[in-house]
Design a protein around this ligand. Sequence first.
Ligand code: ATP
Length: 301
Amino acid sequence: MESTTETIEIPSEPPESHFLLDAQDLHVQMSGHHVLKRINLKIPRGETLALIGESGCGKTVLMKTLIGLIRPSRGIVRFDGQNIATMNPTQTVEFRKKIGFVFQNAALFDSMTVGQNVAFPLRQHGAVEADEVEPLVLQALADVGLPDDIVRRRPAQLSGGMRKRVGIARALILQPDLVLYDEPTTGLDPIVSDVINELMLGVRRKYPVTSIIVTHDMNTARKVADRVIMLYPRRRLQDNESQVLFDGPPTSLENFEDRRVRQFVRGEAGERLMEMRQRSDALRESLIEDSDDDSETTPIE
Ligand SMILES: Nc1ncnc2c1ncn2[C@@H]1O[C@H](COP(=O)(O)OP(=O)(O)OP(=O)(O)O)[C@@H](O)[C@H]1O
């Protein structure tokens, strides 16, 4: 018997992109000035990225733009391959569910108990049945090292470090794909800061979340991040210079060729101090000139 071989075409799923976030040519203007210009950034799934840079360089604006809270004047952000600017309302709700946000001051609701705070995203999104809420809340609290009996307490009764942990538990309860930490160790003592650093590492070990940490804390950047990006204020750059001064592993920061990066990570004011002195000298000189002028023109009574 003659046999025929047929080739069966199996429709293939689109390959899952290696990158969870892909931002291309981002420009953001605020009050008529560019805060961000020509930013290109791809974040692989599972990466922990620290965003560093001096105050006002645009870290928060970049983070908000990446999750669609700020619309760029130019450029595209793709999350999971999807352009976030063209998502319909249903897709936007689904997209938001995939993002956990740990706010700088934990931003817990004081009128709610700890348990209600942690359960909030579950209830807001109607993600689970009512009887499933409590076990999930207790598990989320256990994951950040907090005991069961804390659920009935109010945020005001907790220390700063505990509030931060509750904020992390709340951000993680929906098992997001992306967690954003906004200055997670600001205002905490060095020991509690290290507890938070360990927690962020623990979260990452437990499940393959992608994280962006906006931080001024170089210990956090060195200890927790796989990759560090340092932004520089647009107004201090020539037009042709990249706003990303550094993009690499934290181990390369200390001795990086660009002096501005080395000074930042070592906490050296360097020429910034000279600039401030020059500015105050210039101000003093102009005041002296003004007072000289005054003495010539103001009649002595
Ligand atoms: N809503 C806004 N309207 C006008 N300007 C804004 C707005 N938000 C931010 N900016 C400006 O954009 C620039 C970057 O701000 P951003 O908050 O991103 O800085 P940052 O690097 O996060 O600073 P910090 O470390 O102090 O939090 C600043 O000059 C700020 O004044």
